[in-house]
Design a protein. Structure first.
Length: 227
């Protein structure tokens, strides 16, 4: 994965303002943006996904320009070919596991039919050991199972990168350790580039080949390092 990021934005609330200026380049397959709450991590990830528009700068992924303020380029989220995994996984409660994963292939608002079987969906159900759970609904699953469904749905469309927003924050400590190791193994096996944001140093240590330390809206060059 080739990431070229140089974005600026200013957010104001009353008399308070927050300045974001994130600049980095990386060729790592596993990038972790690490820092405390309020550092600008979510804004940075959402800018890459197209869910937040910086005021200046550019975002290039694998040589493709997703955003460039000077050139007037700002691709819509669905045009960026990246998958965004929300912190709460955002599964559809009225859809089965199979339908949730199949939704990642849909273009439009119609839900996949409960009995529809697609080879690509089966591939990812198998990859994440979800075939036996395919007929179940999200509220019938454990936290780890819900995360695996969300990952399968994100990856079924073959994204150029998987964006992870605090992927283990909703899990209890023991499950967090387990899922962190599983995600590391899946990423290595499936060779899907990831960019994750986290405030947990263990996430950054285990999953970050290239760790970007973000503080007060900027990369801390004194601590920034590549593994």
């Amino acid at each position: 994965m080739q990431l070229d990021l140089d974005i600026r934005a200013t957010l104001r609330s009353g008399k308070r303002s927050f300045n974001l200026h994130v600049q980095c380049t990386s060729s790592s397959q596993r990038i972790a943006v690490f820092g405390p709450s309020g550092a600008g991590k979510s804004m940075t990830l959402k800018a890459i996904a197209g869910l937040f528009t910086p005021s200046e700068g550019h975002i290039r992924l694998n040589g493709r320009t997703l955003f460039d303020s000077a050139a007037g380029i700002n691709l819509a989220p669905q045009q960026r070919n990246v998958a965004y995994l929300f912190q709460d996984y955002a599964l559809f409660p009225h859809l089965t596991v199979r339908q949730n994963v199949g939704f990642g292939l849909r273009r439009g608002w119609f839900n996949p039919h409960a009995r529809t079987r697609l080879e690509k969906v089966d591939q990812w159900l198998d990859a994440f050991h979800l075939q036996e759970l395919a007929h179940q609904y999200p509220d019938e699953l454990s936290g780890g199972q819900r995360q695996r469904v969300a990952l399968a749905r994100a990856l079924v469309s073959d994204p150029a990168a998987l964006l992870l927003d605090e992927p283990f924050a909703a899990l209890d400590p023991a499950l967090r350790v387990k899922m962190r190791l599983e995600l590391s193994q899946w990423q290595q096996r499936l060779e899907v580039p990831i960019i994750l944001i986290t405030h947990d140093p263990e996430d950054a240590r285990i999953l970050g080949e290239h760790v970007l330390y973000l503080r007060d809206g900027q990369i801390d060059s004194a601590e920034n390092k590549a593994a």
